[in-house]
Design a binder for this molecule. Sequence first.
Ligand code: PAF
Length: 286
Amino acid sequence: MKIVSTLPELWQTRQELSGSVGFVPTMGFLHDGHISLVRAAKSMCDNTIVSIFVNPTQFSPNEDLDAYPRDLPRDFAMLEEAGVDLVWTPTPEIMYPDDFQTWVEVIEVTKPLEGNMRPNHFRGVTTVVAKLFNAVWPQKAFFGQKDAQQAIVIQQMTRDLNYPIEIVICPIRREDDGLAMSSRNTYLDEHQRRAAPILFHALSVAKEAFEKGERNAKELRQIVTHIVTSEPLTQLQYISCTHPKTLAELDTIGPEGALLSMAVYFGTTRLIDNIILKESITSSKQ
Ligand code: PAF
């Protein structure tokens, strides 16, 4: 596994690769969710490139960039073990030189949900991902369904800017108790960690109701709210039931299904989770 930091080193190494390139952009402090993206890239592409960059522009002023967990030696060991070909670790100076003044902004699908709670977050994400795409020039790029809105925003950006890149969205990886894997889980104290699977539990109960025929979005939001707020350690920031592509809030779930998603605080730690509600092909044919 080769590790490079500067752009000329990356360009040189990228040029020497033959065959297709699968790209997994990350902010490091890797867990099995990231490794599942690497596995998907390896199964679909000849070469796998991973970037590790804690992107300052996607943090809001009230979010602690310096406290974001980092452990490069551990990340490198995990990526080596997973069979990654090339790791790129650009510095903030490479990505955002002093005179930096160009931004990439997706307008409509960044407005609700996370965009509403984290001003400028998606402008930071799309700008850095566009810069990473420009440098790595992959055929496929891999993102997790855990950040459902991010996946939709990046698909939109990729279409709008005519990148010849296929965006592959991989399923959420969960701990045995249902908690969605996230680098932020390490912020949870022992009690919060024990309580955190309530997010997936609430989403699963709502999904069961959907599968039994519930199509009223308000009812489904209420099911989740009731369960999450029954846990004293949680503070529900939002629960939302939207069209899975436009992210418009729904009254009734139609044939295209819905994205049921939420953000919940445990103390100062903010966790997000989601589930797709979609009629199965067998039941919609019946
Ligand atoms: O999902 C993430 O880890 C980040 O938002 C990404 C896509 C690497 C951009 O910094």
